[in-house]
Write a protein that binds this ligand. Structure first.
Ligand SMILES: Cc1cc2nc3c(=O)[nH]c(=O)nc-3n(C[C@H](O)[C@H](O)[C@H](O)COP(=O)(O)O)c2cc1C
Length: 170
């Protein structure tokens, strides 16, 4: 699929079929993450893949009880091991690098007929406890993944290009 079509077809999937994701399909999603760019090529991302139903339920509770977190056959805790590294521009690398990797995953998921939803509404301390994530490692986001049981929105609510892009000057 052409990349812009994949991008336009991605939407936040909040209802999932009760259908597992085959390991070889899952692997293509992580391969997309692996190919992502990162500051100094640090590749400081680690993914904890949760498929166990009981653990997904606990993650759902840690994610403000968003029901689809337990419904999705796969929940991925997207982590960084060096969350305090700051670039010359003053920005931390971890959030940026992990976000790029997640975005790659969401797009490869579309290519595979899968859906995803970013989850930023979660209690990090609870997720770390549930998954045994050590001190010093940060959970940047959770990502749900699975075959959609809902339908894409008719259109996306997005700002017009001329409001978000300026040429040559602010
Ligand atoms: C960093 C981030 C955190 C998000 N957290 C949540 C969340 O906790 N729960 C949820 O249902 N959607 C969450 N979303 C999805 C956004 O609401 C969604 O991307 C946005 O409304 C645009 O809709 P679309 O993804 O369908 O294009 C999150 C998205 C991003 C990028």
């Amino acid at each position: 699929m052409a990349i812009l079509k994949v991008i336009k077809n991605r939407y936040s999937v909040r209802a999932y079929q009760d259908r597992p994701v085959a390991p070889e399909v899952l692997q293509t999603v992580f391969e997309a993450a692996r190919q992502a760019p990162s500051a100094r090529n640090m590749q400081d991302w680690r993914f904890v893949v949760v498929q166990d139903g009981a653990v997904r339920k606990r993650l759902m509770a840690a994610a403000n009880h968003q029901a689809f977190v337990a419904q999705a056959p796969v929940v991925i805790a997207c982590c960084a091991t060096q969350p305090d590294y700051v670039m010359r521009c003053g920005q931390r690398t971890a959030q940026i690098d992990v976000a790029i990797a997640i975005d790659h995953m969401t797009l490869q998921a579309v290519e595979e007929g899968l859906g995803t939803c970013w989850i930023g509404s979660f209690y990090e301390d609870q997720v770390k406890e549930i998954l045994g994530i050590p001190d010093g490692v940060t959970v940047i986001e959770l990502l749900t993944l699975g075959y959609p049981a809902d339908r894409p929105p008719a259109s996306k609510n997005r700002q017009p290009l001329d409001e978000i892009v300026a040429y040559e000057k602010w």
